[in-house]
Design a protein around this ligand. Structure first.
Ligand SMILES: *Cc1c(COP(=O)(O)O)cnc(C)c1O
Length: 387
């Protein structure tokens, strides 16, 4: 492959563009992970990352992709044959379900049509009907990255409370943490799962589980086999700023820098920036005359927008045109949405002009791929940003 001048636009909904400051921080020499210099780094990131989850409880950091944290959440709190209720909101929810099934858990689905989030009323009804309290955990994806739909976590928490059900509450925030408002403690979530390569602006390779006192109590009794993911050894080592095995030292340098950058901008400003970019993106989609996957305005994800192709058009043709001509990567349609949907990631290290460049690439790509649309999406987005 020959050199392509200019910056590649990595506008898939994760991994996201890694800022220079993070790349430079990671370029430092690797140090002894049992020495005092590491201990200071370990303490700083283990403490700092809790703020992203808005929790005072421990957050465990794994050298693993998000899938590892999915597994960690389950094996640390559940026993063989336990029933878990998982909302079928999209492709990532289904992948988490697959992990639970392979671990020997009994998965019951809260059905969905992939165009809206988990429904609080349906959750409450299911839990009320569970008279013998067989459901041990409720698992949900906050921002479903295959559809651009965000489930309303506070309302879903309230549904569990109204059913007066003791199930653990587990939430995947892999594409929402540090992009959308999320509150592990205030929303009484027991295990929050996340990963490094989306809103946190790091390369892939770190994942997280935020815990609660109830999750730790369940952990003490849980009988699924666990070794690499075991919170007990991890939390004991973390007490002193260390890890039970070799940590991803250079990614932790990156995490320290990313935490500093998020603090400098301010989390509230970070969330507002993502909301505004998502609004401008929807203004463009509307002007193009295309349809969003998400059907409910109160459930728009601020991290990404998933767009349906007109009947008979191939989303991958558009994605190819955008990549070949403009060096722009757009997200692929996943699972049952393959070929029918493309996704625009507008999360992480991103500003107005990166959004306008992205949308211009999409609009020109729609033309090259002969996809029926109306011009003027970029104009509509600019008007929204300028307002
Ligand atoms: C990206 C993503 C994942 C996948 O995590 P990996 O890091 O690929 O293992 C899981 N859930 C959601 C919601 C995601 O956006």
């Amino acid at each position: 492959m020959s050199y392509r001048a200019g910056r590649h636009f990595l506008q898939i909904p994760g991994p996201t563009n890694v800022p220079e400051r993070v790349l430079r921080a990671m370029a430092r020499p690797t140090i002894d992970h049992r020495g005092p210099e590491f201990q200071a780094l370990g303490r700083s990131v283990l403490d700092g990352v809790r703020n992203l989850f808005r929790t005072t409880s421990p957050v465990v950091i794994y050298p693993a992709s998000g899938t590892g944290a999915w597994e960690a959440a389950l094996v640390n709190t559940l026993s063989p044959g336990d029933r878990v209720l998982m909302a079928d909101t999209g492709h990532f929810a289904n992948l988490w379900r697959g992990v639970a099934e392979k671990l020997g858990l009994e998965v019951v689905a809260l059905p969905g049509d992939w165009r809206r989030g988990a429904e609080p009323e349906a959750l409450e009804a299911h839990l009320r009907a569970d008279a013998d309290r067989a459901v041990k955990a409720v698992c949900l994806v906050h921002s479903e990255t295959s559809t651009g739909v965000a489930s309303r976590i506070p309302a879903l928490r309230q549904a569990i409370d109204q059913a007066d059900h003791p199930a653990l509450f587990m939430v995947d925030t892999i594409s929402s943490l540090a992009s959308m408002d999320y509150r592990h403690d205030a929303w009484a979530v027991d295990v929050t799962v996340s990963a490094s390569q989306k809103g946190i602006m790091l390369p892939p390779g770190l994942s997280f589980t935020a815990l609660s006192a109830r999750a730790l109590a369940a952990h003490a009794k849980a009988r699924l086999p666990r070794s690499y993911w075991d919170w007990t050894a991890m939390l004991a080592a973390n007490e002193k700023g260390f890890f039970p095995y070799t940590p991803a030292t250079n990614l932790l340098y990156g995490l320290q820098e990313a935490l500093a950058m998020l603090a400098e901008e301010g989390l509230e400003q970070v969330f507002a920036r993502h909301v505004r970019h998502a609004e401008a993106t929807r203004a463009a989609v509307d002007a193009w005359g295309l349809e969003l996957v998400c059907q409910h305005a109160e459930e728009y994800s601020a991290s990404l927008t998933a767009v349906l192709m007109p009947e008979g058009c191939d989303a991958d043709q558009l994605r190819r045109a955008a990549l070949d001509r403009y060096d722009l990567s757009l997200g692929v349609g996943l699972g049952r949405l393959a070929g029918k949907v493309f996704r625009i990631g507008h999360l992480g290290d991103f500003n107005d002009l990166s959004l306008i460049g992205t949308l211009a690439g999409v609009e020109m790509g729609l033309g090259h791929a002969d996809i029926p649309h109306t011009a003027g999406g970029v104009q509509a987005a600019m008007a929204h940003l300028a307002a």
